[in-house]
Design a protein around this ligand. Structure first.
Ligand SMILES: NC(=O)c1ccc[n+]([C@@H]2O[C@H](COP(=O)([O-])OP(=O)(O)OC[C@H]3O[C@@H](n4cnc5c(N)ncnc54)[C@H](OP(=O)(O)O)[C@@H]3O)[C@@H](O)[C@H]2O)c1
Length: 227
C-alpha cells in the first residue's frame, strides 16, 4: 500500500522540498500553507491534494488533520515543519501578542497535529512523526528569546512523544538544522544549508531501515560555529 505524508509549511522552503522529494519516491503527499495561490499551483505541479489555512487559528490543526486523512485515506507520516521567527527582538521589546503568535504556530499546532497522528498511528502500530525544530535549542543568542523558547518547548514535547510513540510502534524524529537559505529570513544566505539538502536529510530518516529510528538529527552549514 502506498505510504502517505502530511507536511505542514509545504508551500515554500524546507517543507516544499520534503514534499517534492517524497513525491519523487512514490509517497503520496498532502501540502499546506497559508498562501492559497501557492497551494493551488503546487497541487497542479505535484498532482497532490492540499489545503490553504493559517495553522495559528484555534481549530486549524484539527481541521487540517481531518482534511488530510480524508484525502489520503490514512496518514503514515506527519512532518510538523511550519514555523516562523518574526524578527530579532530584544527581551525588553517582547510583546504578549508576539509570544501568543509564536506559540500558536511553533508549539500549539505541531502538538495538536502530533496528538491526532499518534492516536491514528497507534491503531496500526506504525507511522513516523517528524518535528522540525532548530539547532537554536543548543545555543544562546541575544534577540532570539521568543523563537528559542518556542523551539525549546517543541524539543521538550518531542522527547516525550518519542517515548510515548515507542510504546505503540510509532517512530519520532526531532530535526535540528542550523541556518537554511529560505524565505524564513529577509536576506538570502547562500552560505547556509540549501532547503533541498535539509529535505534530503529528513527523507533519509523517513526511509531508514525498518529496525532503525533516528531520534535526533542535528546538522549545520560549515560556516556556523555557534555550538
Ligand atoms: N530557515 C532556517 O534557517 C531554519 C533553521 C532551523 C530550523 N528552521 C525551521 O524549519 C521550518 C521551516 O522553515 P523554512 O526555513 O522552510 O521557512 P519558510 O521558507 O519561511 O517557509 C515556512 C512555511 O511555513 C508556512 N507557514 C508560515 N506561517 C504559517 C501559518 N501561520 N500557518 C500555516 N503555514 C504557515 C509557509 O507557508 P505560507 O507562506 O503559504 O503561509 C511556508 O510554507 C520552521 O519550523 C523553522 O523554524 C528553519
Amino acid at each position: 500500500m502506498t505510504r502517505t505524508a502530511l507536511i505542514t509549511g509545504s508551500t515554500r522552503g524546507i517543507g516544499l522540498e520534503v514534499a517534492r522529494q517524497l513525491k519523487t519516491i512514490g509517497i503520496e503527499v498532502f501540502i499546506t500553507g497559508r498562501d492559497a495561490t501557492r497551494v493551488a499551483a503546487l497541487r497542479q505541479e505535484l498532482g497532490c491534494p492540499g489545503l490553504a489555512m493559517d495553522l495559528s487559528a484555534p481549530e486549524a490543526p484539527l481541521e487540517l488533520y481531518d482534511a488530510a486523512r480524508l484525502a489520503l485515506g490514512k496518514i503514515d507520516v506527519l512532518v510538523n515543519n511550519a514555523g516562523f521567527n518574526r524578527a530579532k527582538t530584544p527581551i525588553v521589546e517582547v510583546t504578549g501578542e508576539e509570544l501568543d503568535a509564536s506559540y500558536a504556530l511553533n508549539v500549539r499546532a505541531p502538538i495538536l497535529l502530533a496528538r491526532q497522528a499518534l492516536k491514528d498511528m497507534a491503531l496500526r502500530r506504525s507511522g513516523h512523526i517528524v518535528n522540525v525544530i532548530s539547532s537554536i535549542v543548543r545555543t544562546r543568542a541575544e534577540n532570539y528569546s521568543v523563537y528559542t523558547t518556542m523551539k525549546q518547548a517543541l524539543h521538550g514535547f518531542t522527547g516525550c512523544l518519542t517515548k510515548e510513540g515507542r510504546l505503540v510502534g510509532v517512530k519520532v524524529t526531532g530535526v535540528y538544522p542550523g541556518g537554511v537559505d529560505t524565505t524564513f529570513r529577509a536576506n538570502a544566505r547562500p552560505d547556509y544549508l540549501r532547503p533541498a539538502s535539509v529535505a534530503r536529510m529528513i527523507v533519509q530518516c523517513l526511509t531508514s531501515p525498518e529496525d532503525v529510528v533516528v531520534h535526533e538529527l542535528l546538522f549545520r552549514p560549515m560556516v556556523e560555529n555557534n555550538f
